[in-house]
Ligand binder design. Structure first.
Ligand SMILES: Nc1ncnc2c1ncn2[C@@H]1O[C@H](COP(=O)(O)OP(=O)(O)O)[C@@H](O)[C@H]1O
Ligand SMILES: [Mg+2]
Length: 344
């Protein structure tokens, strides 16, 4: 058996949707119209270890929420299996529920007329957390997430970010080893979003929990996740450590900040230099030099470039490799992966 806390084994989900179609103008009859099935998740396979933050990244409708709902037992897979802590989600439902804390997007997890403390008492009791343990954990969680000051304020008076923080505390009240966060920072301001990301990292690292996070935001995925699975039309099109994902697609572009324009024809004549481009700024131009991916040729090209610039007696202010971001990686990966009519 694997040691993954969460494991999906070719989990599949087919939704059958039925719609009232239209009223027939001649007969006045309503047609109950069976729509074609929607394949929301296709043979999804991945595992998440303790202490790891796994991100599911994809556009709206890609199947992220459906996938995480299968992990918490809220959606029954139409094929394949899902395991939490080695337990089959469908067969050991109750045991699985005790091991997973979940915050779903856009659902009202907390009870608004109650205070954060009362909310945690209520949900704690539902999950068999009572007495001293409940009080201690409530204090700890509210303090951990930064809500101590608001502990006795009605939830309706809290900001959206504070409500989201409380929802995370509720998910953590029974101290589950797995936490599932569906779009945890959507709709939050920069500070709340930052605080939540920091807390998720702290919690996974320090307490050895495993976190599954869904997001459509590349920055969230890039900043937060150790490993990223990119989902499109229900399919996991790639699943790699974040660094590796960025590396694979990192173009070898170097930024050279100079005091004036170089002769780019001379630079392009250097072996290993693929192309050059100039960007102007107030303090002088930046020359973008794209190099050959081959390590040896690239090394030659860097030496050659610097030499050429020196020969032109240019002042070289700085040299750095341009960082690739996830957005460009994502676009490169999802282009050509479309499956028309797969989702609505
Ligand atoms: N309960 C449902 N019944 C029918 N179709 C659904 C249901 N839930 C989701 N879908 C469909 O499954 C697809 C994936 O949805 P979802 O998992 O919510 O995507 P995401 O969270 O990535 O935005 C969408 O096409 C959506 O319309
Ligand atoms: Mg969703």
């Amino acid at each position: 058996m694997s040691t993954d806390l969460v494991q999906l084994d070719r989990a599949d989900k087919l939704f059958h949707t039925r719609h009232f179609f239209s009223v027939d103008p001649k007969t006045g009859k309503r047609h109950f119209y069976q729509k074609r099935p929607i394949h929301a998740v296709r043979e999804m396979e991945f595992g998440v270890r303790a202490g790891e933050i796994f991100g599911l990244l994809g556009p709206n409708g890609a199947g992220k929420t459906t996938t995480v709902k299968m992990i918490c037992g809220l959606v029954r897979p139409s094929g394949g299996h899902v395991y939490v802590d080695g337990l089959h989600v469908e067969k050991k439902r109750l045991q699985v529920l005790r091991r997973v804390g979940v915050v779903l997007e856009g659902t009202r997890t907390c009870i608004w007329p109650l205070t954060p403390r009362e909310n945690l008492a209520y949900f704690g009791n539902l999950k068999d957390v009572r007495g001293k343990v409940l009080r201690q954990r409530t204090d700890y969680l509210l303090d951990f997430i930064g809500l101590s000051e608001k502990r006795d304020v009605q939830v309706r008076q809290l900001s959206q970010g504070q409500k989201q923080k409380l929802a995370i505390c509720i998910a953590l009240i029974a101290d589950p080893p797995v936490i599932v966060l569906d779009e945890p920072t959507t709709g939050l301001d920069v500070q709340s979003s930052r605080a939540i990301k920091d807390k998720v990292v702290e919690m996974t690292r320090e307490q050895g929990k495993c976190a599954v996070v869904t997001t459509h935001d590349m920055n969230v995925a890039q900043e937060l996740c150790d490993r990223i699975g990119i989902v499109k039309d229900g399919e996991l099109i790639t699943c790699e450590p974040t660094e590796k994902l960025l590396d694979i697609f990192s173009e070898q572009v170097y930024e050279l900040r100079l005091d004036r324009h170089p002769d780019t024809r001379l630079l392009e004549a250097v072996p290993g230099v693929v192309s050059t481009e100039l960007e102007d700024a107030d303090d002088g131009p930046t020359c973008l030099v794209k190099l050959d991916p081959d390590p040896e040729l690239r090394s030659q090209a860097i030496y050659g470039t610097v030499q050429t610039l020196q020969q032109q007696q240019l002042l070289l202010r700085s040299i750095q490799q341009r960082q690739q971001n996830l957005e460009s990686v994502f676009l490169q990966l999802t282009n050509g992966h479309s499956r028309p009519g797969a989702t609505e």
